[in-house]
Design a protein around this ligand. Structure first.
Ligand code: SAM
Length: 340
């Protein structure tokens, strides 16, 4: 068969395969969700186990268990040698509970968003959120705890790089605005012993923040402040640096300008504001995660979105921040930095 007769067919196959992969990618996600939620990878740490032993320990159906184990091999998350299923390097490192880089809570958070995403079609039609968590309503403690755990999984990875990329030598007082579980504040203080930090977040979150700070082993240096940054002030000229990580995507541009003006007020002269976000390119079409995350905000907030570098620099410039720059990070996020 000549090459020319093959190529149109193979490009057709590639196209169809590409569409298939997008369409069934939720099958892959479900396999991962179920495996993580059964805590399969923790069970297989070390020597591994046979399918029979796994199904006995998990109380699952033998035939079904073999099917999911085989799918996990295909996904590169397990291996099988002589009937013994074992973790691969990636599952050992990130999916075994108790490991410092554990990502299972973040994966579970994506599963929690599953129902929200089934409302995407309606949200596209109406432009309105279909799964809006109104901060004024009573908080679902389980959901909030799971959300915060997921933020911690991501934070543990990100905070290392953020710390390496920022020069915080002359920063003694830091505000971690919308700081959630305080992962970043703790990491900043651990890396800069002369620094103290305040984690500012909504009152229900601050109760959880205190637990995370206690667990971090830091005896002092990280304080908490409960409040709503849309309603409450952040203080006047108190901080050398305000870190605003993954907060602005929840809100509309006009709300973000209000928040950033409060950051300005709370900063000392020459203070630094650092925004961490999933930053879109100027045409808002890349990176893929940022474009999808915008839809996640469409579904779940009353006006949130991923934003471009230009959007964020524009807000900062209007307020008066200077020497604006972008720092790319290795995962899906980036930093926007400005000086008072
Ligand atoms: C996506 S989480 C990010 C947490 C943390 N900054 C991080 O990057 O891991 C957003 C945080 O902002 C907090 N937040 C949202 N709206 C807020 C508001 N109006 N005032 C204070 N905190 C707020 C949430 O409670 C949550 O902890």
């Amino acid at each position: 068969m000549s090459k020319s007769s093959l190529s149109p067919l193979s490009s057709k196959c590639r196209d169809i395969q590409y569409l298939n992969e997008i369409s069934y990618s939720y099958w892959k996600a479900q396999v991962l969700f179920v495996a993580v939620e059964m805590d399969l990878f923790t069970l297989l740490e070390g020597k591994g186990k046979s399918c029979k032993a796994i199904s006995k320990r998990l109380g699952t159906n033998l035939r079904a268990t073999e099917m999911i184990l085989n799918a996990l091999i295909s996904l590169g998350l397990l291996s099988k040698v002589k009937g013994v299923y074992k973790n691969t390097a990636i599952s050992n490192r990130y999916l075994v509970k108790g490991n410092s880089l554990y990502q299972g809570d973040r994966i579970h958070h994506f599963h929690n968003l599953w129902d929200n995403w089934s409302g995407l079609g309606v949200a596209i039609k109406t432009g309105k959120p279909t799964a809006y968590d109104n901060a004024e309503e009573e908080v679902d403690e389980r959901k909030l705890n799971e959300f915060i755990k997921a933020m911690h999984n991501i934070g543990i990875i990100q905070a290392e790089e953020v710390c390496k990329r920022l020069d915080l030598k002359n920063c003694h007082k830091l505000l971690d605005l919308g700081g959630g579980q305080g992962t970043y504040a703790v990491r900043f203080v651990k890396g800069n012993p002369k620094m103290t930090a305040v984690v500012f977040d909504l009152p229900d979150v601050i109760k959880i923040t205190k637990r995370y700070i206690r667990k971090s082993g830091l005896k002092e240096g990280v304080m908490v402040q409960a409040g709503d940054c849309l309603k409450d002030g952040l203080g006047k000229e108190l901080y050398d640096i305000v870190f605003v990580s993954n907060l602005l995507h929840i809100y509309k541009p006009v709300e973000n300008q209000r928040i950033l003006k409060k950051c300005w007020d709370s900063l000392k002269k020459k203070g630094i504001v650092v925004i961490q976000e999933f930053i879109l390119n100027s045409s808002k079409t890349r990176p893929l995660f940022g474009t999808l995350f915008s839809l996640n905000m469409l579904i779940g907030t009353s006006g949130g979105s991923s934003y471009t570098e230009r959007d964020m620099k524009g807000w900062l410039k209007k307020i008066g921040f200077k020497n604006l720059k972008k720092i790319n990070l290795s995962l899906d996020s980036g930093l926007i930095v400005g000086y008072k």
